[in-house]
Design a protein around this ligand. Structure first.
Ligand SMILES: [Zn+2]
Length: 239
């Protein structure tokens, strides 16, 4: 049952307002990191505790995005509040949230190097320690899927089920990343393009040397359990 705009209580309203602001700020990171051209690319965030998500409006340029322009939809992709149409990838983002309760944010880009790997239908092999850290192995390729319904979402969920990677290269299309929140998914999108570029250059001049699986496991474990600043307040592992 879809919630109506006038049924949203005060606490939920405050949370949605916070997420609209956060999502607007995060969208600025996509052009800042060279991950998008014109209006391509989008970010969504789950509204914790509600079957709702906030996503970029369709076809609106990055400089024109405001917290108010973000679209609130339910997890079937139906608009609950929005002056604009939501991103054409909304159905796929919604599919990911419905099937992955651990996911709080989804990012999509056509970032150049990563999308070039996707155009070849080739996974990015784990040949640098930064990839072992962040992705725990290769960045896999998902199936070719048409834009507009849930097909891409299904491909994302099915492909990532077999990998530690928070990123998937959808064939002939581009990058989708997931995270426990939208910020983590943006980080994964930035790291995906960085890895794609480095491994592309490595391969252009020779044959990259694979990292043994045991070493990938050790690097990934250290990065996800030991590395970085640990917030004292809640004891949650920070990457
Ligand atoms: Zn796309």
């Amino acid at each position: 049952m879809t919630i109506r705009s006038d049924e949203i209580g005060q606490a939920l309203r405050a949370e949605i307002t916070r997420i609209r602001r956060e999502l607007c700020d995060l969208h600025a990171l996509l052009p800042a990191n060279g991950l998008v051209a014109w209006t391509s690319g989008n970010i969504s965030a789950r509204v914790p505790g509600a079957d709702l998500m906030v996503i970029k409006p369709s076809g609106v340029g990055y400089p024109a995005l405001t917290p108010e322009s973000m679209v609130l939809s339910d997890l079937d992709g139906n608009v609950v509040e929005g002056e604009y149409q939501p991103s054409s990838d909304t159905g796929s983002h919604a599919y990911v949230y419905r099937h992955r309760p651990d996911v709080g944010g989804v990012v999509h880009t056509h970032s150049t190097y990563a999308t070039a790997w996707s155009a070849r239908g080739e996974a990015i092999p784990c040949v640098i320690t930064a990839m072992a850290d962040e992705f725990g192995g290769e960045i896999p390729v998902g199936p070719f899927a048409l834009i507009g319904d849930e097909a891409i979402g299904k491909g994302i969920v099915e492909t990532l089920a077999g990998h530690r990677s928070p990123a998937v290269l959808m064939r002939n299309h581009g990058v989708f990343t997931i995270g426990r929140d939208a910020n983590a998914a943006v980080k994964a999108a930035v790291m995906t393009e960085d890895a794609a570029r480095t491994v592309h250059l490595a391969r252009a001049y020779g044959e990259p040397i694979p990292i043994p699986p045991d070493d990938i496991d050790a690097l990934h474990h250290r990065y996800t359990h030991v590395y970085g600043q640990r917030p004292a307040a809640d004891g949650v592992d920070e990457q």
